[in-house]
Design a protein around this ligand. Sequence first.
Ligand code: C2E
Ligand code: MG
Ligand code: MG
Ligand code: MG
Length: 289
Amino acid sequence: RAKNEGRNTYRLHRSEMDVQARHHLSLETELRDMLERGDGLVMHYQPLFSRDSGQLKSAEALVRWQHPVRGLIPPGEFIPLAERSGLILPLGEQILDRVISDITRWQNEGQAPVPVAINLSAAQFWQAGFADDIADRFSAAGIPPELIIFELTESMLLNKHDQGMAILTALNERGFRIALDDFGTGYSSLNYLQNIPAHSLKIDRSFIVALDNNTRGSRAIIAAIASLARELGLIVVAEGVETQKQWDQLGEYAIDLIQGFYTARPMTADAFTTLLNTQHSAAIPQTDS
Ligand code: C2E
Ligand code: MG
Ligand code: MG
Ligand code: MG
């Protein structure tokens, strides 16, 4: 009996895997086709606000795939696929194209620009000549490097710390800024924060979520990361703030910027244009205090 069940379970599992594999195969083919046509990506922009003044300070560019049948596909469903199938470099190129064209539009319309953060995949970051190529690209587009923040994760530097630092330094020397994304989830030692040429640190959403449970642990970790980062001169960002309770609690720590659904969801470039226009009166939720 047990044997039979085992076999059935196995069979079910197998066929589920086949369905999944076929799904991925067709999605991969469609991703390849879309990248060849070069017409399926849209960037959404999520604002970051000052915790103290409520001012709009920057935005993170987040890619979506506008699929004719499946609708808007989130990056979690195709970035890992692109990374596995060697499509991440052309994908990364087209993401840069989209961001450059959106920023150019804001510049042409005379909007006071705010810095835009772009997520990098490891393969992009480790491309030979990356810092020079990217600097050429933005300078050809007339976009000052000070307007660009590159977001990368601790894990990208793992095992190749010295080479990674060299690239970060090169980016920094060319005027770009670096944000350490999803901080606290990787394996690197806090020690490397001392020397890394980063300008901001984004505390991972998982620590913010844990604030709701009022666990001493999560509060202690946020407090420690935030005060250490600020001591080291980094701008501290809390990612994934969803509730007023979280917003209120974060006021107790050395948090500079808030990014999350509580203040604003990622929005289309058009919606972000409107926000840029009204940024001085940008309404953000007020607490009772
Ligand atoms: P990330 O860089 O950590 O981006 C933040 C993610 O958290 C975004 O998800 C954003 O929509 C989501 N988020 C923001 N505030 C909240 C909140 O209050 N609650 C919750 N539950 N989520 C919130 P998204 O857009 O689905 O992106 C997921 C990940 O995909 C990103 O994580 C990043 O690692 C990757 N990604 C997105 N765009 C790009 C891109 O252009 N290039 C590369 N290489 N990776 C990208
Ligand atoms: Mg990010
Ligand atoms: Mg993040
Ligand atoms: Mg994340």
